[in-house]
Design a protein around this ligand. Structure first.
Ligand code: MG
Length: 295
């Protein structure tokens, strides 16, 4: 149905990896169960990277062992290389995510590879994933602004989209990493992308650093996008702006979508319970506006 929106809940990975406090595996699992009770089907679980690189997700393996991969949920894990992919397959994942950046400098700083080098690495991962019937989701970060390079040329985004689609990605999550893009800029980029590719291939991944995220969701909806990423409670700060919020909060996204007549299949009250639980574990206050108004 056209008015049904897919939400990929990213708090456990994208959110927690940007939080200072390590959350115990048991608590991560309880948080996951609360999110599932709220209705989420697409949940990003963790990332298989070197433990010292992202200490918050150092228990990726232990946490994944607790999951039941046979139920109807789509659990995904980030796998930057073949070693990560093999781990994910061994643990039972049926979906993985790869992540590139449209900005050369961001790519080097974030994944320590040029864009071209990252493409080569992902090719290996994608080939192996396909051989094992694993679904591939691809992230492109810094689609409009880069904290180092400023405004990004849309051709670089389109180049990566083509590359990831050729590698077999079923969905591409377009990441507006620093939350600086306005809906006018989103419209400009999406109109170029959607001239070449159908909207159903894309998800919007907006950051709410300056409260622009819902405007960008609204513009994306207008242009046919029906899939968005968000993080419960707005978990995960923004490493590029001090003290600012990062990921768009799922509460804000769900409340906005439902108020606009779209269907999310998410129970907002139960989602708030999940955020309350993790807020206590984090010992910091979450700042999602909807969460604060309704908790
Ligand atoms: Mg994010």
């Amino acid at each position: 149905m056209e008015d049904e929106i897919k939400i990929t809940e990213v708090a456990l990975r994208d959110g927690l990896q940007n939080e200072k406090k390590f959350i115990e595996t048991e608590s991560k699992f309880k948080f996951l169960k609360l999110l599932e009770e709220a209705g989420f089907n697409h949940i990003e679980i963790t990332s298989f990277v070197r433990k010292d690189k992202i200490p918050a997700l150092a228990d990726a393996e232990e946490f994944s062992k607790k999951l039941n991969f046979n139920d109807d949920k789509s659990y995904s894990a980030l796998t930057p290389n073949s070693i990560g992919l093999e781990k994910a397959i061994e643990l039972g994942y049926k979906e993985i995510a790869i992540f590139g950046a449209a900005s050369e400098t961001f790519s080097k700083k974030n994944i320590n590879a040029t864009i071209q080098e990252s493409i080569e690495k992902f090719k290996e991962v994608s080939i192996k994933a396909k051989q094992n019937s694993i679904k591939i989701r691809a992230y492109i970060s810094t689609i409009i602004h880069c904290p180092y390079e400023g405004k990004i040329d849309s051709e670089k985004v389109i180049f990566l989209i083509e590359e990831f689609l050729n590698q077999g990605a079923y969905e591409i999550s377009l990441g507006e990493t620093i939350g600086l893009a306005t809906s006018f800029e989103v419209e400009e980029l999406l109109s170029k992308i959607l001239k070449k590719f159908p909207a159903k291939l894309f998800a919007g991944h907006f950051h709410d650093t300056y409260s622009f995220a819902l405007g960008n969701v609204s513009k994306s909806l207008e242009m046919g996008i029906r899939s968005f990423d968000s993080s419960a409670g707005g978990l995960g700060g923004c490493p590029y702006a001090n003290g600012a919020s990062g990921n768009l909060a799922t509460e804000d996204l769900v409340f906005f979508l439902e108020s606009s007549g779209y269907k999310t299949n998410i129970d907002l009250e139960k989602l708030i319970l999940a955020s309350k639980f993790i807020e206590e574990k984090l010992s910091r206050n979450l700042i999602s506006k909807t969460y604060l108004a309704k908790k």
